[in-house]
Design a protein around this ligand. Structure first.
Ligand SMILES: Cc1cc2nc3c(=O)[nH]c(=O)nc-3n(C[C@H](O)[C@H](O)[C@H](O)COP(=O)(O)OP(=O)(O)OC[C@H]3O[C@@H](n4cnc5c(N)ncnc54)[C@H](O)[C@@H]3O)c2cc1C
Length: 405
């Protein structure tokens, strides 16, 4: 028997599940196929205000908020040892009229909660399995799930991550590259409070960031760690025991949070970049990591991916009612996402390379940017809004009112 649906989504990560829920709520018949990955690996996602608005618009935020920690302050500390050191930069959410910049949540917890919500969403069928045997014809797209299920849809959305098999099957050209870095992730318990602040130490091997987490069980002070370093250092540190790694983290973060211990397993992620020539092909569209990938700096990855999701849901709601795979609708989606995806990917690439590049003019340019942000209030507020909830061009699902400070 063949399953027929309006929209098939490949991938049950945070992006695929959110897209499934948004499109089903908009009245489309949606099938999501993939395996929600709820294994803990020390990885969290800091979701900024625009992403929280999406979850508020979908009526999900009350459920997710209980699992997340608000971030009220962002601190950037120059730890490069450059000849031109810049003073620490403290950014506060109330400067841009917000109570918090966003909230930090464990990735596995977010995916688990979204999968549970997806299973209760009318019009949405979520099943385990990996899709393959894609076919794209006039008027129809097909795929086969690894359990043998044949599926026909008007549109297939690729939310199938950085190595996206859908992207390859649809013939969407991409360019990818590697950076000489690996990110170690871990959940930390510490002796001093984090004061709802995310602290980014900019080192020569990349940023080392502590992001606040909510209290859990008897542990009152918790944070997540994203520490970029050379692959050799990462291999050595991944081989350390928990107390030895905790001691190296304490040194790296200048004992900011006092005594540290590790909670649960850690993760190691090779750092890479990827851009696509387009986000669409006949009867196919890409969102999130399938469409763009860059280093975890400034917590932009999933936030950008959720803007894809919100835009695609809005565009299909407006122009895809008769045929969700309508060519003009897909073109409108691609056009709407081009600038945000292009500028964000380029900005993160430049910032990451400027840290790796031990070259005075690069330090001077980065330092001048940080000094200008510290000294010029209107510039700082404009850049903050750009990073947290880009004004003017957000899709309607992300335009809901923010929580007042
Ligand atoms: C160390 C680190 C820290 C980060 N921190 C942040 C942060 O603070 N804030 C932020 O916004 N972003 C952050 N990011 C980025 C963010 O985690 C990703 O952008 C986000 O998880 C991508 O979600 P996704 O659903 O697109 O992809 P994935 O999470 O990769 O999910 C894709 C899913 O598709 C499945 N799949 C693959 N092929 C198929 C198939 N053929 N059929 C069915 N399913 C398939 C995979 O199994 C997977 O489950 C971070 C990333 C890293 C590495």
């Amino acid at each position: 028997m063949v399953t027929k649906t309006d929209i098939l989504i490949a991938g049950a990560g945070a992006a695929g599940l959110t897209a499934g829920i948004a499109l089903a709520q908009a009245g489309f018949e949606v099938a999501v196929r993939g395996e929600p990955d709820t294994r803990r690996n020390g990885r969290t996602v800091a979701l900024f205000e625009a992403s929280l608005r999406l979850y508020r618009s979908l009526g999900l935020w009350d459920r997710l908020a209980a699992l997340a920690q608000p971030m009220e302050t962002i601190q950037i500390i120059d730890d490069t040892g450059s000849f031109l050191p810049t003073p620490p930069l403290d950014l506060h959410a109330d400067e841009i009229g917000l109570k918090a910049f966003g909230a930090n949540i464990e990735n596995a917890v977010l995916v688990g909660a979204l999968a549970q919500i997806a299973r209760q969403t009318p019009g949405l069928s979520l099943k385990d399995g990996m899709l393959g045997d894609y076919g794209f014809e006039a008027g129809l797209a097909r795929a086969r799930n690894s359990d043998g299920e044949e599926i026909e849809a008007q549109l297939i959305i690729g939310a199938d991550g950085r190595n996206s098999p859908l992207r390859a099957a649809a013939g969407i050209a991409h360019r990818d590259w590697a950076y000489p870095q690996t990110a170690i992730t871990a959940l930390l318990v510490h002796s001093r409070p984090h004061w709802a602040a995310s602290t980014e130490f900019h080192t020569r091997q990349g940023p080392c960031t502590l992001v606040p987490l909510p209290a859990q069980g008897g542990n009152r002070h918790r944070s997540s760690l994203v520490w970029l370093m050379s692959p050799e250092d990462a291999a050595r540190r991944m081989a350390l025991g928990d107390p030895e790694l905790a001691a190296e983290i304490e040194t790296q973060v200048h004992r900011l949070h006092g005594k540290i211990s590790l909670e649960g397993p850690r993760g190691a992620f090779p750092i890479a970049g990827l851009t696509c020539e387009t986000l669409i092909a006949p009867r196919a569209a890409l969102v999130a990591d399938a469409a763009h990938y860059f280093p975890p700096i400034g917590a932009q990855g999933l936030n950008l991916g959720l803007r894809d999701v919100a835009q695609l849901a809005d565009t299909l709601d407006k122009y895809g009612r008769v045929d969700a795979g309508d060519e003009a609708a897909l073109r409108a989606y691609d056009r709407a996402r081009r600038f945000d995806v292009g500028t964000r990917s380029l900005g993160i690439d430049i910032l990451n390379r400027s840290l790796l590049w031990n070259f005075l003019p690069a330090d001077a340019a980065r330092g001048a940017g940080i000094l200008a942000m510290a000294a010029i209030g209107p510039l700082r507020r404009a850049l903050l809004r750009e990073g947290i909830a880009p004004p003017g061009r957000l899709p309607p699902l992300m335009r809901a009112q923010a929580a007042a400070p």
